[in-house]
Write a protein that binds this ligand. Structure first.
Ligand SMILES: NC(=O)c1ccc[n+]([C@@H]2O[C@H](COP(=O)([O-])OP(=O)(O)OC[C@H]3O[C@@H](n4cnc5c(N)ncnc54)[C@H](O)[C@@H]3O)[C@@H](O)[C@H]2O)c1
Length: 281
């Protein structure tokens, strides 16, 4: 897609971080915006800011773990703006710890939001795009965690590997059945957003948290790395470039790529997993 003006983008997790940065950049291209987010106040603030900048923007409080709420977001886009041209399945959360200690609530929370949230987006947005028949683009947010597997954040890695595999399969299915619907998968590195405070959006059905030294260590490390991370507007620009150039993989910096390549080499050689964190040598 090269022409964005007057078209509509739907973004889940659009009230902050990478989602909001994509909304701002799409608005600058003349797109109309439909934002879904679980955080009502942040969503209101985001819509006010975008509207004040001249964008046509609506939003709905949306928990992506609920298929009906994601469908309602899609319906809102069709009702208000007549369709969907870009859909960003972006909402995501993080938690960490030791895999045998973490609660089932930890597992369910990350699978419900990070994986099923994307599944719900695919099931609601793709049929609308197919029926439109014009050029459209799906952007699923995975992570460099989708191509690596580090200790103490295994559930997050598992969820993002699932998003990558789902997106790769969807790429093939769309190219066979609906070639006008393109797809990219965004794999950010450390980005300066609210991801380290994901627990702010952890609802009561997931309240079982097991404290541990490993959990505290990985949360501290995430806090430090996102605080020193690049701005979310850099990700938004990479997404826009990928949509324009119909590029599927939106990968990250050299350090994370090196970790990913070491993992691929382990797999290629049948070698045991190398611990290769994304830190300078
Ligand atoms: N920041 C990073 O370093 C980084 C790195 C790799 C991948 N990512 C991914 O980027 C995506 C965006 O995260 P971010 O870094 O901008 O963090 P963020 O916390 O700033 O933004 C995430 C947004 O998702 C919303 N959200 C959380 N749970 C939700 C739910 N159940 N339903 C709907 N909305 C929900 C939050 O309210 C928030 O607005 C996530 O998928 C995350 O896993 C982030």
């Amino acid at each position: 897609m090269k022409d964005f003006s007057g078209k509509t983008a739907v973004i889940t997790g659009g009230a902050s971080g990478i989602g909001l940065a994509m909304a701002e950049l799409f608005a600058a291209q003349g797109m109309k915006l439909v934002l879904g987010d679980i955080e009502s106040d942040a969503l209101t603030t985001a819509i006010e800011k975008l509207s004040a900048g001249g964008a046509e923007c609506v939003g709905a409080v949306t928990d992506v773990s609920d298929p009906d709420q994601v469908q309602a977001l899609a319906d809102l886009a069709v009702e208000r703006f007549g369709g969907i041209h870009i859909a960003c399945n972006n909402a995501g959360v993080f938690t960490g710890g030791l895999l045998w200690e973490e609660s089932l609530a930890d597992y369910r929370w990350l699978m419900d939001v990070n994986v099923m949230g994307v599944v719900h987006g695919i099931r609601s947005f793709v049929p609308i795009m197919q029926a439109q028949g014009d050029e459209c683009h799906i952007v699923n947010t995975a992570s460099m965690a989708a191509v690596t597997a580090m200790p103490y954040s295994g559930i997050y890695h598992m969820s993002k590997h699932a998003v990558l595999a789902l997106s790769e399969s969807l790429y093939h299915e769309l190219s066979f059945h609906s070639p006008q619907v393109k797809i990219s998968v965004l794999c950010p590195e450390a980005i300066n957003t609210g991801i380290a405070t994901s627990e702010r959006n952890r609802h009561t059905q997931y309240s079982d948290v097991v404290e541990s030294d490993e959990r505290n260590m990985v949360m501290d490390a995430l806090n430090a790395s996102v605080a020193g991370g690049i701005g979310p507007e850099v990700m938004a620009q990479r997404v826009l470039d990928a949509v324009i150039n119909e590029r599927f993989y939106i990968f990250s910096d050299e350090l994370w790529r090196r970790s990913a390549e070491t993992r691929l080499e382990d797999i290629r050689l049948g070698r045991n997993p190398t611990f290769a964190p994304p830190i300078p040598e």
